[in-house]
Design a protein around this ligand. Structure first.
Ligand code: GLN
Length: 304
């Protein structure tokens, strides 16, 4: 498969969509990002790497971090984690409060905000130095020592984070947050604020694509079955209330973030990351969705 040619062709084909949508502006620091950037990096299991556009420009990974925090939480808690959240698609927006109230503080899954806030609480309970240990793990799997948090993005999100604060309070009321709410929220926003480029994200997601290999990075140890199941949750819950649509159009497990990134994996074959900040109404990158739809159409490769 000539992936370089295919991703270049598909990159050209998605350019007419480049002006559709707008970047996340509910996080003040992200409203300032240049929306006219885009990049792609596809990396195969045999370590061939193919890139187009601004694949080395770092951006805010936002909810893509929820895959990394889930990996750490599963390594710490194993299946006990599922007493505190489900693994069903929510069918609701990533920051919805309604379902959480009806379901008595048990989030539907770890990839909506409520679930990821519980995951942040789990990490705070288990890790001696959560901030350092989490970033060390992300640096290790992305093969980049310079990946870091953006503290001003995290502060900017906290200053406007009324909805996430409401979610955290509801969780605490139902006994599903053990630590101090403010600490949990700050750690959650900090994980979202990590900045990475397409190449670094594809390196990291390749670990999940390679689920038959042992997953041992820093102090995070997962069995191949656990990695396979993280991929299953990406497939069913990775795009909030657009997860069915992504599965239908693209046919790969993946995870998006409101910074405009989307990572997807073809198990045992490749990891691919697309970045373009303009989002659709569900909070997913317009160009990212279209690019991946065309990629799996042109290659005739998907998990189906
Ligand atoms: N930090 C963002 C939030 O909590 C992440 C949302 C996202 O990327 N979908 O709202």
């Amino acid at each position: 498969m000539d992936y370089q040619k295919i991703i270049q062709d598909v990159y050209e084909k998605v350019q007419p969509f480049a002006k559709t949508g707008k970047q996340a502006d509910y996080i003040p620091a992200l409203a300032k990002v240049n929306p006219d950037q885009s990049g792609v990096c596809l990396k195969t299991l045999d370590l061939q790497q193919y890139s187009v556009g601004e694949s080395k420009v770092r951006f805010s990974i936002q909810s893509i971090s929820k895959v990394f925090s889930l990996a750490v939480a599963l390594s710490c808690e194993g299946k006990n984690l599922w007493q505190r959240m489900g693994k069903e698609p929510s069918g609701n927006a990533f920051n919805s409060l309604v379902q959480l109230e009806l379901e008595h503080g048990i989030p539907r899954n770890p990839f909506i905000n409520a679930g990821a806030i519980v995951v942040a609480d789990v990490l705070l309970s288990h890790l001696a130095n959560p901030e350092e240990e989490f970033i060390d793990f992300v640096r290790n799997i992305s093969e980049s020592e310079t990946v870091n948090y953006n503290f001003s993005v995290a502060r900017s999100e906290r200053s406007n984070g009324y909805l996430n604060a409401a979610i955290a309070n509801l969780l605490k009321y139902h006994g599903n947050i053990k630590n101090d709410i403010e600490h949990v929220l700050q750690f959650y926003f900090l994980m979202c604020s990590i900045e990475m480029n397409c190449t670094e994200l594809s390196n990291a997601f390749l670990r999940f694509a390679d689920h038959r290999k042992e997953f041992n990075y820093c102090n995070v140890h997962l069995t191949s079955s656990q990695v396979k199941r993280i991929n299953a949750i990406m497939q069913t819950c990775g795009f909030y209330d657009e997860s069915g649509e992504f599965s239908y159009l693209v046919g790969l497990p993946g995870k998006s973030g409101v910074g405009g990134g989307i990572c997807a994996i073809y198990p045992q074959r490749y990891a691919v990351t697309v970045f373009s900040p303009r989002l659709n109404a569900k909070g997913n990158s317009v160009v990212g969705m279209k690019f991946l739809e065309l990629l799996t159409t042109e290659t005739k490769e998907s998990i189906f």
